[in-house]
Unconditional design. Structure first.
Length: 95
């Protein structure tokens, strides 16, 4: 997802874990007791940008054809990027 969408979702939901999970379509207990990170990928690292087919790992009932999520943010798929070349920010949940 786009960086501005990620921060908008976090801020709109007041960094509340359960609320963010609902918006993203993630089962609310999936990230309990887990560290969650935003991973920043630069334009130069993006390879083979494409609209998801719906067959990718982790697709759920909120997936919609055409590059959007049921919650309204844009989503796409790229080829894997090594994590050690990305920016990382741990999400600090308020509740």
């Amino acid at each position: 997802m786009l960086e501005e969408d990620a921060f908008r979702i976090l801020e709109t939901n007041n960094y509340n874990l359960a609320s963010v999970c609902r918006v993203l379509g993630v089962p609310e207990t999936s990230w309990n007791n887990q560290r969650v990170f935003l991973v920043q990928i630069t334009q130069e690292q993006i390879r083979n940008l494409r609209i998801s087919s719906g067959n990718e790992a982790g697709v759920d009932s909120m997936w919609v054809p055409g590059g959007s999520h049921a919650s309204g943010f844009k989503q796409a798929v790229i080829d894997p990027v090594p994590l050690d070349s990305c920016g990382m920010m741990e999400v600090q949940w308020k509740s």
